[in-house]
Structures are given as C-alpha cells and as structure tokens.
Design a protein around this ligand. Structure first.
Ligand SMILES: [Zn+2]
Length: 297
C-alpha cells in the first residue's frame, strides 16, 4: 500500500502498557453474537476456562473492585481498573500504519455513506483487556464489540498472520482492520442488530448461517474500502500485489481451512465465518465493485 504523509486517525486507544489486566466476567456481554471476532474461535472451551480461572484468581486476590457484586457486572469502568499504565508495546511503524489505515476507512466510508459515517475507535491491547463485550483475549483474534462500538486488536495478531497463517504484507493487515470497520458499518446500518434478532429466533445451525452472511459482508466491505481508498491527491493507495496479500489472508482464515488444521475434519454446520473460497470471493466482490450495495449475502 502506498501511504505517504496521510493523516493518522485519532480514534485510537493504546492500552498495551496495562499489565495483562482486564480478565473478568463481562456480565451478559458475552452473549452469542455480541462479540464479533475476525476468525472462528480457536479456543472455544479453553477460552472459557481461562476466563473463569482468571476470574477466580482475581476475586481471591481481591484484585478487581466492582466485579464482586456479581450478576450483570458489565464493563468495569476504566477508572476502576487496577492495572497500572505502562509503556506502549506497539512497534511505532505498526502504529503509524494502523492509524493511517483507520483514518483512510473514516474518509472513505464517510464519502460512501454521504457524510453520515461515525468513526469507530480502535483499541490496541496486549494479552488481555476488558471490552464492552466482556473479556478480550489475544487468542480470540481481533473483534468488533457493538456494545461500545470499538474494535479490539492485539497487534501480535499481525505477526501470527504473517507466520502462522502465512499471509504477510501490509494489505493483509489492513484487511483485518477494514473487516472490523466493516462490522462497524453494519452496526451503523442496523444490520448487526437485525442479524442478532434473527439469530435469537433461530436454531444453532441457522444462527451460524446468519453469522456467516454477516462475516462475508464485512469481508466484502473491506474490499469496498480498499477499492475506494485514495490519498489526498486522489490516487489509489492500493499497489500491485496488495490485493493478492488480502486474498491470501482471507484464504488462511476460512472456517474450513482453520478446522482442517485444528481438528482434521470439517463441520460445515459449525461454520461462522465462511469457507476460504467464500471469504476470498467476498473480498473480491467488494474490491471489484467498489460498491457497498453489491455486498449482499
Ligand atoms: Zn468478523
């Protein structure tokens, strides 16, 4: 991608310096469909265990004020967190790139939505943090939380993307951010709320199918952003080879590919994000059309 001296977004919270804090039970926040991760959870049951152990550890240490009351505890306000504020652990180049991408999504979506776009906030955390949708953990991958309308990202995921998922490149990273911004656009459009309402009425398999459509649209929106992203002189920021980087990332995080790797077998009814082929096709649809209204699933 060709970013020059384009502006950085100011809708950013860097909490990487807070020592791993934030584990806790987020009240009803973790309900199905509230928290929307980039990839199907690799740590379904394990994650819950970590979360519960973390909770008991912290309660026995009396560590987290405000959680003891139990029952719908919800988000712990920042002022009540005991985690100390330390130095940021984000690489300055990564930070600069992320904020230019975020700013570009703001400008682009504002144009596409006729000036009605309200920006989301990107929260960069390390290891664990308390989101408006409950505990955020690196293992969950990046996600969007509709409750506080923020994107949660551990930048370590970018390393994972290039190494474990074999999807290096700046546009692979930008695609991750743009996908989450895509969920925010869905949130602004009321699509997320409709999907959650439909999921509440549906069985598990049907609920998963609804989730897949939401995810594919976010992939498509990422492509729409990329196609429309321009520098202040109006030149496209996408360069030769960028789109292919995004396609490799979309392929690597498809449900079938992840399931084959983790459990050897593929269970289509359990898909929540779509197959590799579907995710690639969705990103491509957005990129080729450049039109959000083409992103129908
Ligand atoms: Zn998603």
């Amino acid at each position: 991608m060709r970013f020059g001296d384009e502006r950085e977004s100011s809708n950013f919270e860097d909490v990487t310096g807070r020592s791993g804090g934030g584990f806790g039970l987020g009240g009803g926040g973790n309900a199905l469909g509230c928290l929307i991760p980039l990839i199907a959870s690799r740590f379904g049951i394990g994650g819950v265990i970590v979360l519960v152990i973390g909770y008991f550890l912290l309660s026995s240490l009396g560590g987290l004020g405000g959680l003891g009351g139990g029952g719908g505890g919800g988000l712990v306000p920042p002022t009540q967190r005991s985690a100390p504020v330390g130095k940021s652990t984000i690489d300055p180049n990564t930070r600069h790139f992320m904020l230019q991408v975020l700013a570009s999504t703001e400008d682009t979506w504002n144009k596409l939505l006729g000036g009605r776009y309200q920006p989301t906030t990107l929260v960069a955390y390390s290891q664990g943090y308390q989101s408006g949708c409950g505990a955020a953990q690196s293992a969950m991958g990046p996600f969007y939380c509709p409750t506080d309308r923020k994107i949660y990202l551990d930048t370590e995921f970018f390393n994972e993307l290039s190494q474990r998922f074999q999807a290096p490149g700046d546009f692979a990273q930008a695609y991750v951010i743009a996908h989450e911004v895509g969920h925010h656009v869905q949130d602004l459009e009321g699509t997320l709320e409709q999907a959650h309402a439909a999921q509440a009425r549906a069985g598990e398999t049907q609920g998963n199918a609804i989730q897949v459509k939401v995810e594919l649209q976010a992939d498509c929106y990422a492509g729409v952003w990329a196609k429309n992203a321009v520098d202040p002189q109006g030149r496209p920021v996408m360069e030769q080879g960028d789109f292919e980087e995004g396609m490799r990332a979309a392929e690597a995080i498809g449900d079938d590919t992840l399931q084959k790797q983790s459990q050897g077998v593929v269970v289509p009814d359990s898909f929540t994000h779509g197959t590799s082929a579907q995710r690639m096709k969705a990103l491509q649809l957005g990129y080729q059309s450049g039109d959000p209204s083409a992103c129908r699933f």
